[in-house]
Design a protein around this ligand. Structure first.
Ligand SMILES: [Fe+2]
Ligand SMILES: [Fe+2]
Length: 149
């Protein structure tokens, strides 16, 4: 069972960011499948850490993109990213304190809201401004050379 499916309502019309969102959703689905498939704690721990690392990479790329297109709301958007990452880090600490190997349903609810509210509601804002500067944003992300899984 797939937890979250990428669909066109998440399409920002910026390939590099769509690809990163798909990878982010793949990480979430992997976590969901392994947690519900009763994987061992060591496996879930590694998936959580990989997900956190990819989320941090994606946020940095998005912030570079927004800086390159002179997006006005970069500071606000960055603070939202920091709150999302803090929530993930806090959950990882909570997970370490718990004896259970499975991930709380509340954390999956948070991930679902991340995709529906943040990508559709917040990321969509940088995608609709400065269309003439999209290539500058794409170049800024590509220049980092970190665009990988
Ligand atoms: Fe994003
Ligand atoms: Fe974002």
């Amino acid at each position: 069972m797939t937890f979250i499916t990428w669909d066109t309502t998440l399409d920002l019309h910026i390939d590099i960011m769509n690809n990163e969102h798909r990878i982010l959703i793949n990480h979430m689905n992997h976590l969901y499948q392994e947690s519900h498939g009763r994987a061992e704690k060591a496996t879930i721990r590694r998936i959580l850490q990989d997900f956190a690392a990819y989320a941090a990479k994606h946020f940095l790329d998005e912030e570079r993109y927004m800086a390159a297109i002179d997006f006005d709301d970069l500071v606000v958007h960055r603070s939202i990213h920091q709150r999302l990452l803090k929530r993930v880090q806090d959950y990882i600490e909570e997970y370490e304190r718990s004896a259970s190997a499975s991930v709380d349903e509340e954390f999956f609810n948070f991930l679902k809201i991340w995709v529906t509210a943040h990508i559709r509601g917040i990321d969509a804002k940088y995608a609709t401004v400065s269309p003439s500067r999209v290539s500058a944003g794409v170049d800024a992300v590509a220049a980092t050379g970190t665009n990988r899984r």
